[in-house]
Ligand binder design. Structure first.
Ligand code: ASP
Length: 716
């Protein structure tokens, strides 16, 4: 009996029991309470999440489209990362009034700048709804039928839940659909910028420092939530007032030291902790390499031109940021998986399962399931590479995307209807005002050259295979034709065409477009592979099959009630806990757990945009004018690392001490542990947070915006 029990535990925990990893559902935090308290948490699970009284979850918000933020005053003041509102800040910036470069601090509510499209969402409650969602589901249904029924059940449940309220709700699968939870929220739409440091602070170190420790980036910005006089979420109106927020985080300036408890509450986006070895192999060897290659080329080209002209920098820094973030992460992920030998480790675990499979029925069944998943990966891997290479090449060419977006209207009728004309002109306006041709032209040549000369033949759609091994000169010729001699070559040419083209000219463009079918074919191929229909060779279909197998594979973890397993991140609120701690990334090297402003001066380099230091900041650092924000040694801490399991989406999350006071905000992870979305290793995985004292120091001493400090609750 004993033997079979231990085999069972081995069997099920095989392949993914990471001690110390974990992003826990606040609702189930009771399971982790004792463990947290042992580490230094002085409160209870109920203080973190409660539906009966106010709790920490009320002060945590989903910010924008994929970040976290927290409430830090009674008047709806929100703290998050600078990079979370980067696009919005960029959009407000012009060469004449460059908020991105110079920073911005509202002197009063009247100066706070409304940001169209930005939202902040408060979670009201979450609840398990597995029974409702799986109602009517049975084994005889095909996967497609099953999904369809689940989709309908979800719709019904959501409708019923939010009827006659101003709430929104979503239902998400956990453990690959073994469980479902509903999240009921309130989304606020009038969000205003209150303060942002200049980019030289908020993005200090740029892409070079991104995903790296030690860090000196003041990655924060302040916003405010506005509502109508009743506190309801309404669109922008000058009559709106700051939202009264009863729950907000008090701020501790006592600071934390190595070994102290830390907790992160936020919205991690995606993890894949339960992958079998083939799943990791797919990410590392089939998905990441083409992404790294093509994005690297694109970034080099962008940077070359951005460094030459400030207006190009303003236009492309947002685009470059997004590309660079994923690019560098993919490099780090591959490096981490290689250095931790994660793939080998998982392979070995699977071998153990194979050996056990001759001994018990359970092991035999589990091993059979493993083989079934492996078989599916044969197709999955190949399709993944095909999609990623196509996407990272053809979707990267801006003019190609623009042509695709206007192709239909451009060739539909003659003369153009007013509606058509308006659409075309609007699209042209938004495209060309944010577009620098020399970058795109070079991207076109270089990405396509690489694609056609390095892709495996089976990864190139059949109709494009004639271009395999194409010479660079031929691509340059093509680029000349499209970029210099077509109606798309400039905004003026395009507008003139739309305004004045004759029937004959439209026919000629139609013909020309059909002759230049490369983008059309690439796009069609992408659409076909991504098609959600139940045909054999589409990516969603193979994913559906793989996920269905994983549902069985992780069923044991979903059933467990002891709090040993956590569901993968899926952009729902989670709690991660650990402690502030340094680590040794490599033999003979030690990373200290915090950085100070001395590092800013050490990194300063007036010749490199990302390492320029604002003179005023330099002065306050040199004079050590740190006030009450200095640490016990009189130094100013900037950032710290801790062993909280976080992921993309946790950006801006509150980092709390054992008393639930704010001691920092999360903004990144250390390079050596970037593979933590796939494989968490406590010896090298660290989240990076900005010390709250540096934030206050910048607001107070640098921006001289003491009125903002006054509305916070600062604890010594
Ligand atoms: N830098 C990340 C983000 O943008 C945070 C992380 O992935 O750790 O969400």
């Amino acid at each position: 009996m004993k033997k079979s029990l231990s085999i069972l535990i081995l069997l099920f925990s095989i392949i993914f029991c990471y001690a110390d990893a974990g992003m826990w559902l606040p609702l189930l935090l009771k399971q982790k309470e004792a463990e947290m308290q042992k580490l230094g948490f002085k409160l209870t699970a109920e203080d973190v999440y409660s539906v009966n009284h106010s709790s920490m979850k009320d002060a945590v918000v989903f910010f924008g489209k994929g970040c976290t933020g927290e409430v830090i005053s009674k008047k709806g003041l929100i703290l998050t990362n600078h990079h979370c509102g980067y696009y919005e800040i960029l959009k407000l910036s012009t060469l004449e009034n460059n908020i991105l470069q110079n920073g911005f601090w509202a002197a009063s509510h009247n100066d706070e700048i409304s940001i169209a499209g930005l939202t902040v969402t408060f979670l009201m409650y979450m609840a398990e709804v597995t029974e409702d969602v799986l109602k009517g589901v049975d084994e005889k249904q095909s996967l497609l039928e099953r999904d369809e029924l689940i989709r309908k059940n979800i719709q019904t449940k959501i409708k019923k839940t939010i009827e006659n309220t101003d709430f929104s709700a979503e239902i998400k699968p956990f453990f690959y659909g073994n469980q479902y939870y509903i999240f009921v929220s309130r989304e606020f739409k009038d969000i205003r910028l209150v303060g942002t440091p200049p980019e030289s602070i908020g993005k200090f170190g740029g892409d070079t420092d991104n995903w790296m420790w030690p860090r000196h980036t003041g990655d924060f910005a302040l916003y405010r939530v506005y509502a109508n006089k009743n506190g309801d979420p309404v669109p922008y109106s000058p009559d709106n007032v700051p939202l009264k927020t009863e729950s907000f985080f008090p701020i501790s300036i006592k600071g934390i030291e190595e070994g102290d408890f830390t907790m992160v509450l936020g919205y991690p986006g995606t993890t894949q902790q339960y992958l079998i070895s083939d799943g990791i192999d797919m990410v590392v060897n089939y998905r990441n390499p083409p992404l790294i290659q093509q994005r690297g080329t694109r970034l080099d080209i962008m940077k070359k031109y951005m460094d030459m002209q400030p207006e190009v920098r303003l236009m492309y820094s947002g685009k470059a940021n997004t590309i660079a973030n994923g690019w560098k992460k993919a490099i780090g992920e591959n490096k981490g998986i290689k250095e931790t030998k994660a793939l080998n480790a998982r392979d070995k675990e699977e071998k153990v399962l194979e050996l056990l499979s001759t001994q018990t029925v359970d092991a035999y069944n589990r091993f059979t399931l493993l083989l079934e998943i492996k078989a599916l990966y044969e197709t999955y891997k190949e399709m993944e590479t095909k999609v990623v290479t196509l996407r990272e090449t053809f979707q990267a060419v801006e003019l190609g995307r623009f042509i695709e977006s206007v192709r239909e209207e451009l060739t539909k009728d003659y003369p153009y209807s007013l509606e058509n004309k308006t659409k075309l002109l609007e699209r042209a306006e938004s495209f060309y005002s944010n577009y620098y041709k020399p970058i795109d032209k070079e991207v076109f040549v270089e990405l396509l050259y690489y694609y056609f000369n390095n892709s495996k033949k089976e990864c190139i759609p059949e109709l494009l295979q004639k271009y395999a091994d194409i010479e660079r000169e031929s691509l340059q010729g093509m680029a000349k034709q499209i970029y210099d001699h077509s109606i798309f070559s400039t905004r003026e040419n395009f507008v003139r065409f739309v305004e004045t083209a004759s029937k004959k000219e439209i026919a000629a463009v139609h013909k020309w477009l059909s002759g230049n079918r490369m983008f059309l074919i690439a796009n069609q191929a992408l659409t076909e592979i991504n098609n959600n229909s139940y045909t054999e060779r589409t990516l969603p279909n193979i994913r559906r099959q793989v996920d269905a197998k994983y549902r069985d594979w992780v069923a044991f973890a979903a059933k467990d009630t002891t709090g040993r397993y956590f569901p993968d991140a899926n952009l729902t609120m989670r709690v991660a806990f650990g402690k502030m701690e340094g680590f040794s990334p490599y033999n003979g090297m030690v990373y200290l757990p915090y950085s100070t402003t001395d590092g800013i001066l050490q990194k300063e380099n007036p010749n490199i945009y990302d390492y320029q230091v604002d003179n005023k900041l330099k002065d306050v650092i040199l004079y050590k004018d740190f006030g009450q924000y200095a640490d016990a040694n009189g130094e100013m801490r900037v950032a710290f690392i801790a062993s909280n399991h976080t992921a993309g989406g946790n950006s801006g999350s509150p980092v709390l001490n054992g008393n639930g006071e704010l001691v920092g905000i999360n903004f990144d992870r250390a390079w050596e542990g970037v593979m933590s979305d796939l494989y968490y290793d406590i010896s090298r995985c660290r989240n990076i947070s900005l010390d709250i004292r540096y934030i206050l120091f910048i607001v107070d001493k640098f921006a001289e915006a003491g009125h903002l400090i006054e509305e916070m609750e600062i604890r010594n």
